[in-house]
Design a protein around this ligand. Structure first.
Ligand code: TRP
Ligand code: ZN
Length: 314
């Protein structure tokens, strides 16, 4: 759903050590149009991806964890949508704890290959539950943003790349594997890495990673434009998939709506919700189901995500 704001630009690359690539890297796209405005991301579409991820978990022993059938089914769902929309997708396989894991990388054809703007989310859950807020929420929102890029036939100046990481819950295994397998030349081409891990928390806060100043400002501009207060997220350092990127000097940023920490009275005053209660009472629990989502937070964060992708790549 729409809220609205102003803009700026960024870049992508090519993964090493990949298994399967679908689609043509050189696929032509429509002629560039001047500085297109970011679209409103339909939250109903994001919710429908979450309903699919919930169904996948339910059909696969209740989770979508690394090495389990529910994880591979989640990857297959996301990949099919991207392939149909014209992305060049790559499955990157790795092994962790004796089980096979996968990252899914989706490149939008076109843009400056020396300037890549990347958005990523981990797609695995913990074994305890279906992982709908953690992290179906980020996964579904970046998927719908990628589909919006295709619907708009957006032709940014920079190259766009989306990523769904495996085995984050085992210690950011998939994202570390991806970064470790990039050549230093390809690392240098990534201008921005944007991370989305838990963006529909049921008792939400609006946290913007306090990291690269330009990326942070882009998100803050969006929220200021729609009248939502934000707070800096600093606790996340080392707790999600932006860390491997940050550790090799790539500018990072992202959004977060809160996990097991308790919402204060001051936070409840500015954001609503319940003070004295966790942002997500179902964090890493079996109750992190399709009903463990605040639709307003999911909507605002998905729109902010699309705004940042458009603005940083334009
Ligand atoms: N994936 C993280 C985890 O399972 C979730 C998380 C907790 C997080 N705190 C965070 C993500 C802060 C970003 C920022 O622990
Ligand atoms: Zn997570």
């Amino acid at each position: 759903m729409k809220l609205s704001v102003p803009g700026r630009a960024a870049g992508v690359v090519v993964a090493a050590v990949t298994l399967l690539t679908t689609g043509a890297i050189t696929g032509a796209a429509p002629a560039p149009t001047a500085a297109a405005a970011a679209p409103d991301i339909p939250v109903a579409n994001v919710k429908s991806h979450l309903a699919q991820l919930q169904s996948i978990a339910t059909a696969n022993g209740g989770n979508r964890a690394h090495g389990r059938t529910g994880y591979k089914a989640s990857i297959d769902y996301v990949k099919a949508k991207l392939d149909a929309a014209g992305f060049t997708t790559t499955l990157q396989q790795f092994t962790s704890s004796g089980r096979t894991g996968y990252n899914l990388i989706a490149d939008w054809p076109g843009g400056d290959a020396n300037q890549v703007v990347m958005a990523g989310s981990h797609l695995d859950s913990v074994t305890a539950g279906p992982g709908i807020n953690d992290n179906g929420s980020g996964s579904a929102a970046i998927l719908e943003t990628a589909l919006a890029v295709s619907r708009a036939q957006y032709q940014p100046t920079k190259h766009l790349r989306f990523a769904w990481w495996g085995a984050e819950e085992l210690g950011m295994v998939g994202s570390k594997y991806y970064v470790n397998n990039l050549s230093s030349a390809n690392r240098a081409k990534i201008s921005d890495y944007l991370n989305f891990d838990m963006i529909g928390s049921p008792n939400p806060g609006y946290f913007v990673y306090d990291d690269d100043p330009t990326i942070e400002k882009t998100f803050k501009d969006y929220f200021a434009g729609v009248g939502i207060a934000t707070e800096p997220e600093t606790e996340g350092d080392g707790r999600s998939d932006h860390s491997p990127f940050k550790n090799v000097g790539i500018p990072v940023g992202g959004l977060f709506s809160g996990a097991d920490y308790i919402k204060t009275a001051a936070q409840a005053t500015k954001w609503g919700g319940t003070s004295g209660q966790a942002f997500d009472r179902c964090y890493h629990a079996s109750c992190d189901t399709a009903s463990n989502i605040d639709d307003t937070a999911l909507n605002r964060n998905a729109d902010a995500l699309a705004y940042a992708v458009w603005t940083l790549s334009s």
